[in-house]
Each structure stands twice: as C-alpha cells, then as structure tokens.
Design a protein around this ligand. Structure first.
Ligand code: SF4
Length: 567
C-alpha cells in the first residue's frame, strides 16, 4: 500500500489538520510504513498508543510488542502481540509486516488468536476422566500425577519391549521433527499422522517426479496461474499464496480455476472450469497435448534438464536415440488426449481445453501451480493429478523460474537438529500395514479397522490436536475404538480446546496456542526462504521486563505447558 495514496493522506488529516504537529503519544512523528502506522521494530520494547476504547478521551497505553507465529493453519504467518505493560495481558494481535511470508497481511484467524487465548471454554489445566469414556466427565489433576502415570506406563512398555504399543497421532503439525526424535530415542515405531486423508496422494505424485514432496509456486511473478479445486489456494498456505495471486492478477497474470463450485476465486478467474470430480488428470494431459501440438514446450529445458535419453531407451529402444526423435515420440504418446476426448471425459468444452492449454504454454516458463488435497486426495489414483501437473511445469520449463514453480526444498528451510537418534528397529503394522507396502504415509484412516481385526493394540495413545471422530470419514469407528480399553489402553489428548475426540480421552492435557509455545517455522510460501520463531509472548514480555522464567507455564494462562517441556 502506498502511504502517499488517499488512505495515507486521510489517516494524517483526520487526526490533525496540521501535519507538522501530528505526533504519536510517544512524542514522535507517526510512522508511515507500507502498513501506514505499524510501529517500527526499534520501538517494540516500549510502544505507546491511545486506547481506542477510551475514545474520545486520549488515554495512553504502553505495550511491549512481541512477535510470534500464528498456529491456526500451516501457513505460519507472522503475528505481533501487544502485551499491555499495566495488566501484563495480551490486548491484541496484529499481522507482522516484517514476516517475509505474510508481510503483515493475515487472514481473520490470525488476529482472532486473541479470542482463543481468552476463550472461557478452553482447557487450562490437566484433566483426568472420571466417568465412562465419551461421557465428558473429567476432574482437574496435577501435572505431577500426569507425568508420574505416563512415565511409568511408557517405561513399562519399553522395558517389556512393546515398542509398537506407544503411538503419537498428529492432527495439526507444526513441531518440526521434535516428536520423531523423542519416539526414535525410545526406539518406538509410533508416529502416526492425518496425512493419508490429506496430502499423501499429491505428495506421492510430486515425490515420484522430483524427489521433493510439494512444489513452491512463485505466484507473485507468474503469467499464468492454474488453481485446482482451490479457493485462492485454500488448500495449504492460504494467505501468503492468496495475496501473491492477487498481486499477479493485478499485474496482468491470467488465472484458470478448476472447481465444481463457483467460488469467489472462480468468479474472479479468467477461466472457471468445472470438470467432473476425478477427471482432472485427463484435463491436465489435454493441456499437455495442446502445448506439444502447438510447439509451446520449452525444448532447451527439456533437452538439458530431463532424462529424455533414459525414457527413450526404456520405452522406444529401437528408435533413434536423439532429442528430435524423443520429441516426436512424446507428442505421439500424448496424442490420444485430444480436446474432444478430454472434453467428453471431463464434461467441459473442448474450447476450454485448447484455450487454457495454450495460455499455459504461452506463459513461457512463468506458469505457477500447486495441488495439495482436493482433486488429489478425493479420488482413487489422485496422485496422478500432481504427477500430471508436474508434467506441465516441466514441459513449459517453469521449474524454479521467476513466476514458475520451484521445489519446496528450494525455499523451505529446515535446520538439521544437533542430535538425532538412529531410526527404530521395529515395524508397526498398525501404521504401515504390510499389504500396502507402497503407502506414502501412515494409513491412519484404517486404524480402527486394524484394531478390530486384532492386528495389534495400543497401550498408550497420544492424539495431538487431532479430531478423527469429527474429521475422518467414519467417525463412529473411531468412537468405538476409543471407547474400548482393550484396543486403546490409555488415551491422552493434547489439545488447547475441546473436541469430539478429546471427550473420549482418559487425560486431556492443555497445550499452548500460537502465543504460548516455542516452535521453529518455515514454509515455502513464495520464491524465498525464511525461518520464523513462534514464541510464548508473555514469557518474552516478562523477560523484557527483567524477570526470569524457568518454565513457560509460569507465564502462560492456567497451567498450559509447552509440549517440549512436557516431553
Ligand atoms: S493464513 Fe496465516 S493468519 Fe490465517 S490462519 Fe493461516 S497462519 Fe494464521
């Protein structure tokens, strides 16, 4: 936003007709940053502003501004907590304009972190079940009792070499690798995830083609953006992607959205196409044929960066082993995906196939796209959607180009831990059943059925911000599993809030929200690398005030522990 524009001018004149006298409560000139009035970092330790609730009186309030990272989706946008120096409480959260991914522009869930912190229904103390599982009857217990009970139980399982009976099942990630290290240190095969009902299929397609399990589209500089069943990239890094898609559109990029819904995004796109669910891979191959037929492929990229020789030798060993032959045979291989055939299979017009395929090719290496769940996760063989999409990225030479699509490993920065235990030596059939040897992530959605078949049992089961009773396709199977102590000996729900699954726990343990915990965060939100630190803001604010804190729960609300402290 340009501070010299109308909004910046309004901001100054509405507060004082004489700009030279327009001073902040701190006595200095108002800062005119791209976000108009965001306090400069050098003043974050002691920032004064008027209390809007006291208007029209001018009541000054002093804050310590502490940066942290949002925890309400995987995008990890920056937040700044305004910690009131008088009350010691967080008064508001705003977007952090210095965060490279979100740049101060958050979705509504970011600032709404305050509502979560202040939610009267949140879990603030460790709770222990008193009634039958699922009845929702709990009493407050102590962390000492929790640690004592769980430590004894885990130790007993380890001593008795029952290393497949301890399980940690993660719903919301964001704890980069910490629990893997804990479980591996125990020699336990017990990490479960939600991923197989989420992104596993898309990741498989990307991994098979590139060794990197997801792409990193450079939407901001793209000339053509293809969104697959995505509402402004609602699928993953929603807000950082959305703002860059809008920038590209403002700069003239074209957008095509494949979505059976006429979403807001679809309505603002240059093309809205609603293929039959499950037919998306065919449509992508139709685009590929148009690109090949019209000679819009990036031949020099294909020649230099793909293993076309290996393909030729494996698929056409008797043909001439030169690049021209490769291109001819590639064109022939995809000749069956005619616009008419694709149109029929997808239930769309052939003209759309031709126009969009041509526009992708004409983007000349500035083709940005991404699929994460949606078409890939909702259909059998969905991994082919990301594979076919990757094919378009390669065909147009859009790999790692400005406005193209890089590998996530180019931009996500994951620091290696200073110590890592060796991998466990046991195999847990409840996680990776042997009849699905190629499953890309744990087959967690069949866990209740595996237990029902007597394939194993779980002695101690941690669910971490995970609510399969509500979010998995067959919640009733999970209710039956969680209610049966023969299948799940002890269930511990780590969660900041109540959920249908937490009601079936034996212990419900409070964990910190975005401003109540430490984490390292880095995501491939755009063409750039960054790492951000989620931190407990009240702990940090008390340190800034010269106080020392040993445990984060001392400054968090109630007895909310950090998970690292817990483990
Ligand atoms: S998009 Fe950003 S602000 Fe919104 S929930 Fe996700 S991390 Fe938080």
């Amino acid at each position: 936003m340009d501070s010299s524009g109308p909004r910046g001018a309004d901001f100054v004149t509405s507060n004082s007709p004489d700009k030279s006298k327009d001073l902040a409560p701190s006595g200095e000139a108002w800062q005119q940053t791209p976000l108009e009035s965001f306090p400069p970092p050098e003043k974050w330790d002691d920032w004064t502003e008027y209390d809007p609730a006291a208007w029209p009186r001018k009541v000054e309030r002093r804050y310590r501004l502490v940066p942290t990272v949002c925890f309400n989706c995987e995008a990890a946008c920056g937040l700044v907590a305004y910690v009131d120096q008088e009350t010691g409480k967080v008064r508001k959260f705003e977007g952090n304009p210095h965060h490279p991914g979100s740049r101060g522009r958050n979705c509504a869930k970011g600032p709404a972190t305050l509502n979560q912190v202040q939610d009267e229904g949140r879990i603030l103390h460790p709770l222990k079940r008193t009634g039958p599982r699922g009845a929702g009857e709990f009493e407050q217990t102590t962390w000492d009792e929790v640690i004592e009970t769980l430590s004894k139980r885990i130790r007993k399982a380890l001593v008795e070499d029952r290393r497949t009976e301890l399980m940690y099942h993660v719903g919301r990630p964001g704890h980069d690798g910490y629990m893997d290290r804990v479980l591996q240190a125990w020699g336990v095969d017990g990490h479960n995830s939600h991923t197989n009902v989420c992104s596993a299929a898309a990741r498989l397609g990307y991994t098979l083609w590139s060794g990197s399990d997801r792409p990193s589209p450079d939407y901001a500089r793209a000339k053509f953006i293809l969104l697959i069943s995505s509402h402004l990239e609602a699928g993953h890094y929603f807000n950082p992607h959305a703002q860059r898609i809008m920038e590209a559109k403002a700069a003239g990029a074209k957008i095509a959205t494949l979505d059976i819904r006429l979403s807001n995004t679809a309505s603002m796109s240059d093309w809205w196409v609603a293929p039959h669910p499950g037919s998306e891979a065919a449509l992508l191959l139709g685009f590929a044929k148009v690109i090949l037929d019209e000679g819009l492929e990036d031949r020099s990229f294909l020649q230099e960066w793909t293993n076309w020789e290996a393909w030729l030798e494996a698929r056409h060993p008797r043909a001439n082993q030169d690049f021209e032959t490769f291109m001819d045979l590639l064109r022939k291989d995809y000749s069956e995906w005619t616009p008419d055939r694709v149109a029929k299979e997808c239930g769309i017009s052939a003209q759309n196939v031709i126009e969009i395929g041509r526009a992708i090719g004409e983007a000349k290496g500035a083709f940005a796209s991404h699929v994460w769940r949606s078409a890939a996760s909702g259909n059998r063989g969905g991994w082919q959607v990301s594979r076919c999409l990757k094919f378009l990225t390669v065909l147009t030479g859009s790999v790692g180009t400005p406005g193209g699509t890089a590998l996530h490993s180019d931009n996500k920065f994951v620091p290696a831990p200073f110590l890592k235990p060796p991998p466990q030596k046991v195999w847990n059939d409840l996680l990776f059943p042997h009849e699905w040897p190629l499953s890309h992530h744990e087959l967690s959605f069949v866990l209740p059925h595996l237990l029902e078949e007597g394939r194993g049992k779980i002695d101690t089961y941690f669910t971490r911000v995970f609510n399969p009773v509500w979010t998995f396709p067959d919640g009733f199977s999970w209710m039956e599993m969680l209610a049966d102590a023969e299948k799940v000996g002890l269930h511990i729900a780590l969660t900041p809030v109540w959920s249908e699954t937490a009601l079936f726990a034996d212990y419900v343990l409070p964990m910190g929200l975005a401003p109540e915990r430490h984490d390292l965060m880095s995501q491939e939100t755009h063409a750039g690398s960054w790492i951000a630190f989620r931190q407990p803001v009240l702990r940090r604010a008390s340190e800034m005030a010269g106080e020392s804190t040993e445990w984060t729960w001392e400054t968090n609300p109630g007895e909310v522990w950090e998970e690292d402290e817990f483990w």
